[in-house]
Design a protein. Structure first.
Length: 565
């Protein structure tokens, strides 16, 4: 540890604390005022972060469960969050589903069938190794489940470990069916090798039965920052940024966006910052933590890097000397003075531009003043007055003017989906919370009003300072009374059909008594999948808000559809 996270004196000061940490007491939690360990690799549902990829993966799995039998395939590299998605799926599993979950599929065909029986609670002759007897028991159970109007779902993790013969036996299970329905839905989760296995000619029958497949990739640069800040927020962080933007950018490069690596590196980096008595994790500490986690030879790398730097510096000095000589001999003597003078204003412009890209709290403005300005800007975008000084009852002001007020917590992906201006709660390291009105969000650029200043910033700046809390306004459709579901009817269903038709580029049905039927459920799910929402087939507030924004009917939005596409 000496020479890595600090000098001998620093190490002596913290030696006892480090030993306690290794012994099971996480000392850095108290140091950084955290309630729990934010980067544990143990899957904790409180820390679940729904990236765009995780939403897509979950949507495909839920769609597969609702389809007419067959296989659903989820693949991804090690540590990308496949197990996390499966755990979330189990939480969202419809009540009418019976689920069997197999974690270790490195089994023979007979052992796998027996494990399926055990997971579903199916009785079979003790000690039997007969595939016929096991399949007969499973078939009888599936028929009884079907008669009760329920569905059976089998989830197999680490499916890349299955032998081809076992995969073929699993395929045969999907032959269990009635005249109208498959009796078993199978979800296979595995590493990329699973896709390669299924592309083999002898498994083409199984591959052809896959009704939905998704490959889960790593987090993007912006999602890495959101992921880290989300976990710190759940852990109770109140001290501001522990990982500044440059550190988060370095983290993305070091981890490749893989959540498991992010957790391990960040946990070790927080320990390193604690040892050095730092109030945040800098890039040097993060890089050293990544090297220790990967087991790299730090001293050897330092020697190689020093040699490379010396060689590069020597070459650079030679080129600078040659360039300077050429400049003075061939250029400077003939260069007009007016050109040099014209360069000076450009320096000022650059300084102003740099300041505009900074998301720090405006000078001499309190949290309450920025909140008033943010609410005022939000109401202005809806072309409605806002009575300053009443921010505590801003939602009441909105309701009196026909708008609904939504306070929630989420990510920039959520705001892109809803596509409405929002008031964001930002965090200043020294002075606590302040507020900004998000009025535009296009790609990697966003426009915010902070106090009396309008700023265009990179979304990474927002991610680094945003607590995740936001407030939006929206106008409910006529006759809106809450979530619509299958079997409902009335004016609200007519509005829903019309908006779905507009969003999906088709003509709306000409019906006198609109009913939320099975076809409407399919259309809602289709829209939800396209919008990145949970495809539950229910028209709840989130779905209705997204439909309203998609219409682009003159109400304020963050970005037109073309800009989002």
């Amino acid at each position: 540890m000496v020479g890595r996270y600090g000098n001998d004196r620093e190490l002596d000061c913290k030696a006892k604390g480090i030993m306690l940490q290794w012994g099971g007491l996480d000392m850095y939690e108290e140091y950084f005022s955290l309630k729990t360990k934010p980067f544990s690799i143990v899957p904790d549902p409180r820390y679940f972060f729904m990236s765009h990829g995780h939403k897509e993966a979950l949507a495909h799995l839920l769609y597969g469960i609702g389809s007419e039998g067959g296989f659903v395939l989820l693949t991804g590299e090690v540590g990308t969050g496949k197990t996390t998605v499966c755990r979330r799926l189990l939480e969202l599993m419809p009540e009418h589903c019976e689920v069997a979950f197999i974690l270790n599929p490195k089994l023979t065909a007979e052992e796998l069938l027996a494990t399926v029986c055990d997971e579903f609670g199916i009785s079979y002759p003790e000690g039997t190794t007969s595939i016929k007897a096991l399949v007969a028991s499973i078939n009888g159970y599936l028929l009884s489940v079907h008669e009760k109007g329920r569905r059976a779902v089998l989830i197999i993790e680490e499916a890349q470990n299955l032998e081809p013969g076992v995969l073929e036996q699993i395929r045969l299970l999907t032959n269990l069916e009635t005249t109208e329905h498959k009796l078993l839905q199978i979800i296979m989760v595995g590493q990329p090798e699973l896709r390669e296995m299924l592309s083999q000619p002898q498994l083409r029958q199984l591959s052809q039965r896959i009704t939905a497949r998704y490959h889960l990739g790593p987090l993007s640069k912006e999602e890495v920052a959101e992921y880290v800040n989300h976990r710190l927020s759940v852990a109770g962080l109140v001290r501001g940024r522990l990982f500044p933007p440059p550190t988060l950018r370095r983290l993305f490069r070091l981890s490749g966006g893989v959540p498991r690596l992010i957790n391990v590196i960040c946990d070790r980096a927080l320990l390193g910052a604690y040892v050095q008595a730092k109030d945040r994790v800098d890039t040097t500490t993060l890089t050293m933590a990544a090297r220790e986690v990967s087991g790299q030879d730090v001293d050897g790398r330092k020697r190689v890097r020093l040699y490379t730097v010396l060689c590069s510096t020597f070459v650079l000095l030679v080129w600078v000397a040659l360039g300077t000589h050429y400049y003075y001999v061939h250029t400077a003597a003939h260069r007009p003075t007016a050109f040099v003078e014209a360069r000076e204003p450009l320096g000022e412009e650059k300084k102003i531009e740099t300041r505009a890209a900074n998301l720090e709290r405006p000078m001499d403005q309190t949290g309450s003043s920025t909140r008033e300005a943010a609410y005022s800007e939000l109401f202005k975008h809806w072309q409605m007055p806002y009575a300053k000084g009443d921010s505590g009852i801003a939602c009441e002001q909105a309701r009196k003017q026909g708008l609904q007020c939504v306070k929630s917590r989420g990510s920039l992906t959520d705001l892109q989906q809803i596509n409405r201006p929002a008031v964001l709660t930002l965090v200043d390291e020294k002075d606590g919370e302040y507020y900004a009105a998000l009025t535009s969000l296009r790609g990697a650029s966003a426009t915010l009003v902070v106090g009396d200043e309008t700023r265009t910033v990179d979304v990474s700046e927002i991610v680094a300072r945003w607590s995740g809390d936001y407030l939006i306004l929206w106008r409910t459709p006529p006759d809106y009374k809450g979530t619509l579901k299958q079997g409902d009817s009335g004016l609200m269903v007519a509005w829903l059909e019309k908006e779905l038709a507009l969003a999906q580029g088709r003509e709306g049905p000409a019906v006198r008594k609109p009913v939320f039927d099975a076809e409407t459920v399919k259309r809602v799910k289709k829209f939800q999948l396209a919008a990145g929402l949970m495809p539950d087939g229910l028209a709840g507030p989130r779905t209705i808000m997204c439909l309203s924004a998609a219409a682009e009917n003159g109400e304020p939005i963050l970005a037109p559809k073309k800009a989002n596409d």
